[in-house]
Design a protein around this ligand. Sequence first.
Ligand code: TRP
Length: 427
Amino acid sequence: MSGGGEAAAIGAGQQPGDEAAAEQQQQQQADGEQKITPWDVTGGADGKVDYNKIVSDFGVSLLQQELVDRIERLTGRPAHPFLKRGIFFAHRDLGEVLDAYERGQPFYLYTGRGPSSEALHLGHLVPIMFTAWLQRAFNAPLVIQLTDDEKTLWRGLDQDEARRLARENAKDIIACGFDIGRTFIFSDFEYVGGPFYRHIVAIQRCVTMNQVRGIFGLTPEDNIGKIAFPAVQAAPSFPGCFPHIFGDRKDVKCLIPCAIDQDPYFRMTRDVAPRIGYDKPALIESRFFPALQGESGKMSASDANSAIFVNDTPKQIKDKINKHAFSGGGATLEEHRARGANLDVDVPWKYLNFFMEDDDKLAHIGREYGAGRMLTGEIKGELIRLLTDIVARHQAARAQVTDEVVDAFMAVRPMHEALATAGRRRA
Ligand code: TRP
């Protein structure tokens, strides 16, 4: 059920630290306690994620309608469906970034991806697609971190393999439609050094082992790379890491779109920010994209049947949805007609909520299916058509992304124009 983070299949016990963490997780699961970390998402006793509990445990704010309205006013665009439908549902200091923007001070966007699989699945696309929309709507510079280092530390991926996957994933990311004049994609293995590394070390100096234990549950049995890594994910929140974009400006605010499992990294980042002379980064955070098997299932890049990948064929999409998508429909036709479907647990309905753009059509399906007039096979048919189309369009866009295009997005190049022309277009 991972969104931005690769929740499942990490900690397969290759290392003592993983075993300890797995044990702790089993213990918490036995207690029926929900556990959300960047590498492990486990629901409570009923297997479901309790988002209200996340909001209070993490101390994030709910994204109220008023902020969504404000985004519409400031950008002159209808809100993205992910905003209208509460898929991005929480934030930190979003209002402050919008205040600055309104005063004519641009901000930049920062997001990332841990390259752990050959192709992205639909859950991975959620923050990426939303970031592309934010970039267009706000005319914002954007940095995208590919944490190839993270995946070798946590998953024991061979370094060359992690670097290869980072480039493959970059193609899927670029295919989502980013502006090359405003987007810098970097891999940690390639870009660490210079000002980026100096920021990493400045952050590391401010965080103790005890804090890392408290925030991430890391223990002395974990390898030391894991313990030091959070600073690597924190650093791009600060414009000083990218002099080729921001020059020596330290006052450009950062907004991070991500799945909420990444929040612990940025809680740590926000603690450190004032101590090294920066504003705290703001966040806009999404729910998790459910596995085909349902909310309590894990969507894992290592279980092909738990997710739909952007390189799946139409037949694979159809078979996965027909065979594996958990249905809230009645057990028999009579029961379904009499009581309707339970939309709270129905995966095809949840997926349509993420990806069907037409609000009226979506509402109609919800009414008909919820009342039992529409059948499970029919809603699955709608979903198969929709996702086959999205995946086909993605594959066509990705086919245009050559190695030269990837090199161009990943080149350290003067991008000061991106900042100079960012922000509000004044009519
Ligand atoms: N840790 C994230 C993952 O495993 C990748 C990542 C790096 C990221 N920096 C980020 C995600 C910033 C969101 C925002 O996928």
